[in-house]
Design a protein around this ligand. Structure first.
Ligand code: GDP
Ligand code: MG
Length: 435
């Protein structure tokens, strides 16, 4: 399954250092494959993963998480965004308010019509309209559903003109104080010119506040193509994904949303009238990823960074007196939070200065040793460190003068950068980006 595949993809990052070009490339490739396997259209999957890659590489927010978790969060956020970010409600404008249901035969239109009525019946007086004039059984099917949920159904079994039936239904609705009419229509097994003209004419003449396109999520890539065709002819307002019960993959949601750029409004997941959910992009993203828990874990970890300490350091940076002791304290903090490698690029100033240095827990030890071999005065005022002091520090820390020089140089660059950032007012922005 997708979850397992992503696990495998993220394993590439486990124990790795920062999110680097190389490990991201491998992981992103795996994510792309996993998305395609979950029915996400190839082009969409490619675009998503390109964006994810870019975001992952530019990542310098401080978090106490592994690169894999961080990447999961990025992927999840990106998928959510691509599916519209937040939920979108249907339009209930007009008296009566008209909702037109479109889609192929067998997609679940009639079932959804009943479910939607059931969903809305507590707030609106509803009339269901049977406009599937080709199959006699379709009328009975709607009537049975109407009876089951206690909602009136308007039908004219002898009439073969869908538009006329709908218009009569509107008249009936006005006379009987119905606030919302839901018009169930006919479909074909494949996109068909006659069906398209009929539904087009219904939309043009009824002018519904909401036209919904119902599509079977199990049909994968076909669902995307059908959605495209219907949207070109109908310019519908929203999508209903049906048959999302069982282990139906959610990839269709992502593809459809991206390809037709219309919000998904409901998902239908079973034959019972209650099996209807309002579509929430972030929940679908978790479903596609199959790792809802990981996402919240990542969010929690992001709050774990010691805010007090961050504020203290921020103050010192602002006053241009960030010293080696502060540097050391930052390193301690990082180590406390877990895998150092995950976090290196993320400390303000520090991260940027050592970003290109290959650093891990072991390579930090000499740095710590060097700092600890300095006097308090040297830590606060590194400028006093002359040749003989360097020699003493190198000896005391078991390192070489070269290493001491390197650290001093990096620290100096870092302080210069902090100064510049202070002038631009950037330090505060950077620090606030950490939480
Ligand atoms: P229509 O031709 O578009 O009106 O489709 P129907 O509403 O008649 O549904 C076609 C078949 O799919 C029926 O057997 C329904 O019971 C079934 N169906 C509809 N929605 C769902 C769903 O969300 N989950 C499942 N498992 N079956 C569904
Ligand atoms: Mg039907």
């Amino acid at each position: 399954n997708l979850s397992g595949k992503l696990d495998k993809a993220f394993k590439n990052l486990k124990g790795q250092g920062q999110i680097s070009e190389i490990n991201v490339a491998t992981t992103v490739k795996e994510i792309r494959r996993a998305l395609i396997d979950a029915d996400v259209n190839f082009k969409v999957a490619k675009n998503v993963t390109d964006t994810i890659k870019e975001k992952a590489l530019g990542q310098d927010v401080l978090t106490a998480v592994s690169p894999g978790q961080l990447l999961t969060k990025i992927v999840s956020d990106e998928l959510t965004l691509l599916m519209g970010g937040s939920k979108e409600d249907i339009n209930l404008k007009g008296e009566p308010n008209i909702i037109l249901i479109s889609g192929l035969q067998g997609s679940g239109k009639t079932t959804f019509t009943g479910k939607l009525a059931n969903h809305l019946k507590s707030q609106r007086n509803i009339l269901l309209v049977a406009c599937d004039i080709y199959r006699p059984a379709a009328i009975d099917q709607l009537k049975v559903l109407g009876e089951q949920i206690g909602v009136d159904v308007y039908a004219e079994p002898e009439n073969k003109d869908a538009l006329k039936i709908a218009k009569n239904a509107i008249k009936y609705a006005k006379e009987n104080n119905k606030k919302t009419i839901i018009v169930d229509t006919a479909g074909r097994l494949a996109v068909d010119e006659q069906m398209m003209q009929e539904i087009e004419s219904l939309k043009k003449n009824l002018n519904p506040a909401e036209t919904l396109f119902v599509v079977d999520a199990m049909t994968g890539q076909d669902a995307v193509n059908t959605a495209k065709t219907f949207n070109e002819r109908l310019n519908f307002d929203g999508v209903v994904l049906t048959k999302m019960d069982g282990d139906t993959r959610g990839g269709a949601a992502l593809s459809i949303r991206t390809v037709v750029d219309k919000p998904i409004k409901f998902i239908s997941h079973g034959e019972k009238m209650e099996a209807l959910d309002i579509f929430h992009p972030e929940r679908m993203a978790s479903r596609i990823l199959g790792m809802g828990d990981v996402v919240s874990l990542v969010e929690k970890a992001q709050q774990n960074f010691d805010e007090e300490e961050a504020k203290r350091i921020q103050k010192k940076i602002r006053k241009n007196n960030f010293g080696f002791d502060d540097f050391l304290s930052q390193l301690e903090q990082i180590k406390k939070m877990g895998n150092l490698k995950d976090l290196m690029g993320m400390i303000p100033g520090v991260g940027k200065a050592i970003k290109d240095v290959d650093i891990d827990d072991d390579s930090l030890k000499p740095i710590e040793a060097i700092i600890k071999s300095m006097t308090i005065n040297e830590r606060e005022n590194p400028d006093v460190i002359n040749g003989s002091r360097k020699k003493r520090i190198a000896n005391g820390s078991g390192t070489s003068i070269q290493e001491v020089n390197q650290l001093l140089k990096q620290f100096d660059q870092m302080r210069k950068m902090m100064k510049t950032m202070n002038k631009m007012g950037g330090a505060k922005r950077m620090m606030s980006g950490m939480n």
